[in-house]
Design a protein around this ligand. Structure first.
Ligand SMILES: [Zn+2]
Length: 303
């Protein structure tokens, strides 16, 4: 029931109304949900299994929650229009939410996230199954992202060391998966291509999104969350470093995960987010020495 344009969607709904009015059930209580379910049950026999699954998804995840309670005879173009507008808001919300998740929890740079392509996102790399990257993997892998490109000059990430492949946390996998479905849905409903979408966070036409647009969306989220101060998407990576550091990750690991060529860079960039490693070192020495103090005439007064 999702057309490639609004006009097409309306036309399909009109046809459905007409078919239903002349056929199965013309009662005034017959809703869009009833019609959609009838259509799935009776009107999809000539379709391939995959198409029927897609339609069932659209019906259950989109049409029934959005329009299901509307009486079919009373369905107006405006209803569909409002529904499509809601989908558009869902789309923008799911996009920036997924963007925030992968930045704060997988440490991707903003200049790597904007041109991130679906072919580098492996949300379900399971042997023999179609992965989100578009390929079928020949063996199981953990869900992961390849951070290999950025919107810097030349397209490569800034140093070879920046090019890295990281496993994704569960929350990021879920949010990206949800965003992927929303993105396809939204495009299908608005007449843009909905298959083989190149960019995970691209514009509606599928080029790379502008930095300013992401910044504005991010600021809107921050404002809505009631967080004070002026924040930029770049700062999301600091969260990643803080959490890793709090969980006791060694600085060498953090440097690898954020794509720094050496730990000095990590230390320089994230001085405030890193646990005071040097102080920790001192603490270890203190623990080893116990109560011994040199001014106690060399006499160990220990435990
Ligand atoms: Zn894959």
């Amino acid at each position: 029931m999702i057309g490639h344009t609004k006009a097409e969607t309306w036309a399909k709904l009109e046809v459905l109304k007409h078919e239903v009015a002349s056929g199965i059930n013309t009662g005034n209580k017959y809703t869009v949900a009833d019609a959609a379910r009838d259509f799935l049950a009776n009107g999809t026999r000539h379709l391939a299994k995959k198409s029927v699954e897609d339609l069932a998804y659209h019906v259950n995840a989109r049409i029934i929650p959005g329009l299901g309670r509307v009486k079919l005879k009373r369905l107006r173009a405006d209803d569909v229009d409002y529904w499509l507008n809601d989908l558009a808001q869902d789309m923008a919300a799911s996009s920036i939410a997924a963007y925030i998740a992968i930045s704060a929890l997988a440490g991707i740079r903003t200049e790597e996230a904007r041109p991130l392509e679906w072919r580098h996102l492996h949300l379900n790399p399971v042997e023999g199954q179609r992965c989100s990257c578009g390929s079928v993997h020949d063996h199981d892998l953990p869900p992961h992202v390849e951070m290999w490109h950025s919107v810097r000059e030349g397209g490569d990430t800034k140093t070879p060391k920046s090019r890295r492949t990281s496993a994704l946390p569960q929350l990021v996998i879920e949010m990206l998966g949800k965003h992927r479905v929303q993105q396809q849905q939204w495009r299908a409903a608005h007449g843009w291509k909905s298959t083989n979408i190149v960019y995970a966070f691209g514009t509606r036409y599928d080029p790379v999104e502008q930095a300013q647009v992401i910044r504005d969306q991010f600021r809107a989220v921050v404002a809505k969350a009631g967080i004070a101060g002026s924040w930029t998407p770049r700062e999301l990576r600091h969260t990643y470093v803080s959490v890793l550091s709090d969980r006791g990750a060694p600085i060498e690991l953090i440097a690898d995960l954020v794509g720094h060529k050496d730990i000095a860079t990590t230390r320089g960039v994230y001085r405030h987010q890193l646990k005071p490693v040097i102080a920790e070192g001192a603490q270890l020495i203190d623990d080893a020495l116990g109560n011994w103090r040199p001014n106690q005439k060399g006499r160990r007064t220990g435990k």
